[in-house]
Write a protein that binds this ligand. Structure first.
Ligand SMILES: [Zn+2]
Ligand SMILES: [Zn+2]
Length: 548
């Protein structure tokens, strides 16, 4: 779908008086915005906890979206759901004309990370179920906190322009933002502010992560009785041979510092005595550049064909999605970083620090508590993580801010231990701090035409240094909204009794019956696991070999 804005760069608020008076006015606007964030902070924390309790994974974020879009509608935003062909994608607008400032985030959980919040050992709410083993539950409440505050200021001071809030589902599937870009949803947006949960408060610029592509190969053979297998052709054989081929490619296909390849067998047949007529394998390729991703894809495509030939099966390919790495804009990052410094770190309570230290002790991680200073703005170092938001940064000025909404020290990412922190008072304070920095940035961008023009110029100059962006998603691809359907259906009913009502008299932790801060652990459950994993930074070639 297409949404029309008239972003003419006109209609900026006209502030009377000399420059110092204007600056004073901006300060007053930001103070007003911070007061609105503080008033809404309890509510946003509760919404974050509710989203955590839904434990919804990519493209299944139905309850999450209902809660978020209702909140935005009630606040006066015009909400469109189902954008770009994805039922759980939405955009919400307030205002008319330019400048058009975007706020964006994802909100999906991670499979098999069900966990009791604050509990310092592996205790699943529902065995095997999804959970928020990263903390994306904090994202939309941060955006909403910012959007509501910026809207209140926009109304009070009669500031021209449009605020657009975007919900991008299925980040863990790398799946939504590429399609939103292709659908033209960001066409008239002047600047985009994205955010991600973290252990620190800051932002950065430059190339941050890896390009990626998500692709499934499906093999078709002939079904037969397992006792007379010569009558059949196993599609699973095709899958297995393909995986062997890809694993052989690893040594010669790329420098290990430049790429990552991982896969799951998404269909491996039904039971051993039925020769599988259908089997599929689903791959993520991540690499420093889109060119390396395409090289790996082409090589793997050949391997798939070879595997099909060897097993007398047929193979077909479906590209689910893909994205370039994200390239944060420097001028915009400087503006956001200024506001992060202005907001400063949350004021942690003794209970917060005690929780963080107990958590770190339990994980066998360095006991550092919680950060007390915001991060300095720096040029990014390209790491192997990926996000589907990358494509946005090649289409308009974009930055991603990270909010201090969980303590450092998890045993691993996408892991139950990463789900202990993001539904606690630490998370709530991180959300409020993030909302303030975003709201202040929206105010700057809406009232300072010069700053916005400088950001656009900086972005245009930066883009000229790079190859011209093109989507890695073929035009024939459609959003893979079938993904996770069965997985979510398996656990939805069992998860219901853990669902938190944000209007409850109890806090989420009271509702769950867990103490805050938790008792200090007597054993260091994660110690062994942390010792076994050397700190590799971003690349295996950067290990300190003298320490091995
Ligand atoms: Zn994430
Ligand atoms: Zn993730």
């Amino acid at each position: 779908m297409r949404v029309a804005f008239s972003s003419l760069g006109l209609g900026f608020v006209l502030l009377a008086g000399p420059a110092w008076a204007q600056a004073a006015n901006i300060e007053a606007m930001k103070a007003d915005a911070f007061a609105v964030v503080d008033r809404n902070a309890d509510r946003m924390g509760r919404l974050s906890d509710a989203i955590y309790s839904y434990a919804e994974i990519g493209f299944q974020e139905v309850k999450t979206i209902a809660l978020v879009t209702k909140t935005l509608r009630d606040a006066g935003f015009t909400v469109t759901t189902g954008v770009a062909g994805m039922p759980t994608a939405y955009m919400a607008t307030y205002g008319t004309g330019g400048p058009v400032i975007g706020l964006m985030s994802d909100f999906d959980g991670v499979p098999a990370t069900s966990q009791m919040p604050t509990t310092l050992e592996h205790r699943e709410q529902v065995p095997g179920a999804p959970g928020h083993g990263e903390g994306h539950n904090t994202h939309q409440p941060t955006l909403m906190g910012a959007a509501l505050a910026a809207k209140a200021v926009k109304d009070k001071y009669k500031i021209a322009g449009t605020i657009v809030v975007y919900g991008g589902p299925a980040e863990e599937l790398l799946a939504s933002r590429g399609y939103m870009v292709k659908a033209g949803l960001f066409k008239n947006v002047d600047a985009m502010l994205d955010l991600h949960v973290g252990t620190e408060f800051g932002t950065s610029y430059g190339l941050d992560n890896f390009a990626n592509i998500s692709v499934e190969w499906s093999f078709k053979g002939e079904q037969a009785h397992g006792a007379r297998p010569w009558q059949g052709r196993s599609a699973l054989d095709g899958v297995e041979l393909m995986n062997v081929g890809v694993n052989q490619m690893r040594e010669h296909g790329y420098d290990p510092a430049d790429a990552r390849i991982h896969y799951v067998i998404s269909n491996g047949g039904k039971q051993p005595n039925v020769v599988p007529a259908e089997a599929s394998v689903w791959y993520y390729f991540r690499a420093k550049s889109p060119a390396i991703v395409e090289h790996l894809l082409a090589w793997s495509r050949g391997i798939a064909e070879g595997a099909a030939m060897a097993t007398k099966t047929r193979v077909s390919e479906r590209i689910f999605s893909g994205s370039w790495p994200f390239n944060g804009n420097k001028a915009l990052a400087e503006l956001v970083s200024g506001n992060i410094s202005k907001v400063g770190m949350p004021i942690w309570t003794e209970a917060d620090v005690s929780f963080a230290k107990s958590y770190q002790k339990a994980m066998g991680a360095p006991i550092v508590g919680l950060p007390t200073e915001v991060e300095k703005l720096g040029n990014d170092r390209q790491g192997a993580s990926t996000s589907d938001a990358g494509d946005i940064s090649w289409n308009l000025p974009y930055v991603r801010m990270y909010i201090p909404a969980k303590p450092a020290g998890a045993l691993a990412g996408h892991h139950w231990s990463s789900a202990i922190g993001p539904a606690t008072p630490v998370a709530h304070k991180g959300i409020a701090a993030g909302s303030k920095a975003l709201a202040a940035s929206v105010i700057d961008l809406m009232t300072d035409a010069k700053a916005l023009a400088a950001i656009r110029a900086d972005w245009t100059a930066e883009m000229a240094r790079w190859p011209k962006w093109r989507s890695l998603i073929p035009d024939s691809s459609t959003p893979p909204i079938h993904l996770n359907g069965e997985e979510m259906a398996t656990y939805r009913d069992a998860l219901k009794r853990f669902e938190y009502d944000p209007n409850s008299k109890q806090t989420y932790l009271e509702f769950m019956g867990v103490a805050y801060p938790p008792k200090e652990p007597s054993t260091e459950i994660g110690r062994l696991s942390n010792l076994l994993a050397p700190d590799m930074g971003n690349s295996s070639i950067e290990w300190d070999w003298t320490q091995q």
